[in-house]
Design a protein around this ligand. Structure first.
Ligand SMILES: [Zn+2]
Length: 136
């Protein structure tokens, strides 16, 4: 199952990230962006994630999944289009010389970390990073 291995990858990355953070700082939320052309079902991924984090230190970490549309760019008329369904010709000029700009990726958009009892500190900005999941 595709989503299960994705969730496993995600947990591995969270584990490494947590190690870098050290103890005392808890990962609060993980924000994922999943392209419409990835064949990943967000609900299934969320379900697999919930299953895997049970009884781990990430049990309280929320996974938030945002779907991103499929975007293609036509090399002939140079227009860029958001598509609801995957198709690979230009809606305007019917050219098949198109490239996918977005929608095939799955990335960790950002990871929100809770600071442990530190006064004067709220959310910090430098915890955001982007990484791609799965073999692209
Ligand atoms: Zn075109």
């Amino acid at each position: 199952m595709h989503e299960l291995s994705m969730a496993q990858d995600l947990l591995k990355i969270l584990g490494e990230y947590q190690e870098e953070l050290g103890s005392g700082r808890q990962i609060k939320e993980v924000h994922l962006k999943v392209g419409k052309f990835t064949s990943v079902v967000p609900e299934t991924l969320g379900f697999c994630y919930e299953l895997l984090v049970q009884n781990t230190s990430f049990a309280g970490t929320r996974l938030i999944i945002e779907e991103i549309p499929l975007v293609i760019r036509c090399r002939r008329c140079l227009r860029q289009k958001n598509l609801e369904t995957p198709r690979f010709h230009c809606p305007d000029c019917s050219s098949e010389d198109v490239e996918m700009v977005a929608g095939g990726e799955m990335i960790i958009d950002f990871i929100q970390v809770e600071e442990a009892e530190k006064e004067g500190m709220t959310q910090d900005e430098d915890n955001s990073f982007k990484t791609a999941l799965g073999g692209q």
